[in-house]
Design a protein around this ligand. Structure first.
Ligand SMILES: Nc1ncnc2c1ncn2[C@@H]1O[C@H](COP(=O)(O)OP(=O)(O)OP(=O)(O)O)[C@@H](O)[C@H]1O
Length: 337
């Protein structure tokens, strides 16, 4: 999984936005366009000719301006149309693998200026977005819907696999220390489920108002992220910062690499959990969890404590002490995962 620099841009041109309305009309009229968002003030150094407008953004107006040659410049917030009919002259050192002049210019400007560049092809009716070194071709909506639907099916499968791995952890946790390989398997499955979830999020953003139903289906999945973090904290060798699974590039990690990241030099360990995942299931606030972690080293130590012991910890009231005690003494087959 990677941080996605284009996500914000996709949301700004998704169906339902005024800019998308303009782009759809430009495609229908087959005029083509080169639209620059932001990059001011440096971008003005690359402009030749054209005229300054500085008027409020309106999609009809952008559509009309696209009938002229040259580029249309919008401000960073897409509130104003700054210039139109502009010839852009990118820096000489910026290269491009594109063939047509419009697309070459778009790529070279995006590489050298802090601007988002949208090229609407006159001949091919496709929309290409350039930002920094990234390039993305907008797909048509039915294609994205098909991809999103099949990704939802994969998510459902990996969510089930993750849940079964978590159940297995909970079973071992109830009796003895947990094999490291089981921990790794749970983290790996959860990671894949989270990657698929992130992919679907991107589709939802790209679909804009048409992604609502997909978004609703995503809500059916309980908090995989929080469980994943809980497992990592439960089993890592030392108290280290927990990696964010959403930006972890772990698709090809071996079991040994997972073990290594958790702080272990081999695979055949059995480890006692600290109790984070279980305490997450009762929605205990993080600061209360930390108070408990300072008192008890492991989940089994916590399980040996009495209701009274919990009530006496400052920061934990008697009501909360009861909730914690009950969660710790339910068997794994109840509500612990
Ligand atoms: N440097 C530039 N600055 C502003 N506009 C440009 C620039 N280069 C090309 N354009 C615009 O792009 C139009 C199409 O150019 P060209 O056919 O070479 O591009 P293309 O990348 O093949 O795009 P398309 O797929 O739309 O044909 C030009 O008529 C002009 O309006």
């Amino acid at each position: 999984m990677m941080d996605d620099p284009l996500l914000e841009v996709l949301s700004r041109i998704a169906p339902g936005t005024a800019l998308r309305e303009a782009i759809d009309n430009i495609i229908r009229a087959r005029t083509g366009a080169l639209i620059i968002i932001g990059g001011e003030p440096e971008i003005d150094e690359d402009c030749e000719g054209g005229f300054r407008l500085d008027v409020p953004f309106h999609h009809e107006f952008v559509y009309e301006l696209a009938k002229m040659d040259g580029a249309i410049l919008l401000d960073q917030d897409i509130h104003r149309i700054r210039k139109a009919n502009v010839e852009l002259i990118p820096k000489k050192y910026a290269t491009s693998a594109e063939t047509g002049m419009r697309h070459r210019t778009a790529e070279r400007i995006a590489k050298t200026r802090n601007a988002t560049v949208i090229a609407v092809s006159e001949r091919r009716s496709i929309v290409t977005i350039y930002k920094g070194q990234s390039r993305y071709v907008l797909h048509d909506l039915s294609y994205i819907l098909t991809k999103a639907t099949s990704a939802l099916a994969s998510l459902s499968r990996y969510d089930r696999l993750f849940r079964s791995a978590v159940r297995r952890l909970a079973e071992s946790e109830a009796e003895e220390a947990v094999p490291l390989v089981d921990v790794i398997e749970a983290l790996r499955r959860g990671y894949i489920a989270l990657s698929i979830r992130q992919e679907i999020n991107r589709y939802v953003v790209e679909l804009g108002r048409d992604g609502h139903l997909i978004d609703l289906q995503l809500e059916e999945y309980p908090d995989i992220f929080r469980d994943w973090i809980g497992i990592w904290k439960d089993y890592q060798a030392e108290n280290m910062p927990v990696p964010n699974p959403v930006i972890l590039d772990a698709a090809s990690w071996s079991q040994e690499m997972w073990a290594n990241r958790l702080g272990y030099d081999q695979l055949d360990y059995r480890i006692e959990p600290r109790g984070y995942r279980l305490l997450h299931t009762i929605r205990l606030p993080d600061d209360v969890i930390e108070i408990l972690m300072q008192e008890y080293r492991t989940l089994s130590e916590m399980r040996q404590a009495s209701l009274d012991d919990f009530s006496q910890i400052s920061g934990i009231g008697s009501q909360r002490a009861r909730t914690i005690w009950a969660a710790l003494h339910e068997t794994y087959s109840d509500a612990n995962f």
